[in-house]
Design a protein around this ligand. Structure first.
Ligand SMILES: [Zn+2]
Length: 148
């Protein structure tokens, strides 16, 4: 299970939040967000953080656009997304959120998912040059996946 730890200060209170492989929406509006930041410079619904299993990385995505896009490591990500790294800094309005830690399941085996929709089984990487052992579909276009 991947895990990302966020740290920030909101209205003079230190906050800490852990994110797993569930999408987390961030903003001021408790009705729409999983993680609430009350500072008035933060948008009602501003960004979301999610784990991209294909790439094995956490990402932050802009949900607000202009005029208040998140800033990640000094880069505006208007309408886009950016990969997160340990010690990355996300600015939402004037609130700086620090990526305190990222753990991507160290002993997970990455594999392939068969692209045949009727099959969709997880297959070890060794089959990349061969074909799905279950249905014979070529795995050249298979997405990578974390094997359980
Ligand atoms: Zn298959």
């Amino acid at each position: 299970m991947p895990e990302l730890t966020l740290e920030w200060t909101d209205i003079n209170q230190r906050q800490c939040h852990r994110i797993g492989d569930q999408r987390v929406r961030i903003g001021r509006d408790p009705a729409r967000c999983d993680l609430i930041i009350q500072h008035p410079t933060v948008s009602a619904l501003q960004a979301e953080i999610f784990f991209n299993a294909d790439r094995g990385q956490f990402y932050v995505r802009d949900l607000r656009g202009e005029p208040n896009p998140p800033l990640v490591d000094g880069v505006r990500i208007t309408g886009g997304e950016a990969a997160l790294h340990p010690h990355s800094l996300i600015y939402l309005g004037q609130v700086a959120i620090k990526i305190a830690a990222i753990v991507v399941a160290a002993n997970a085996d990455y594999g392939l998912r068969c692209p045949n929709p009727r099959c969709g089984r997880e297959v070890a990487y060794e089959y990349l040059e061969l074909a799905c052992p279950w249905c014979g579909t070529s795995l050249a276009a298979a997405a990578s996946t974390i094997l359980p």
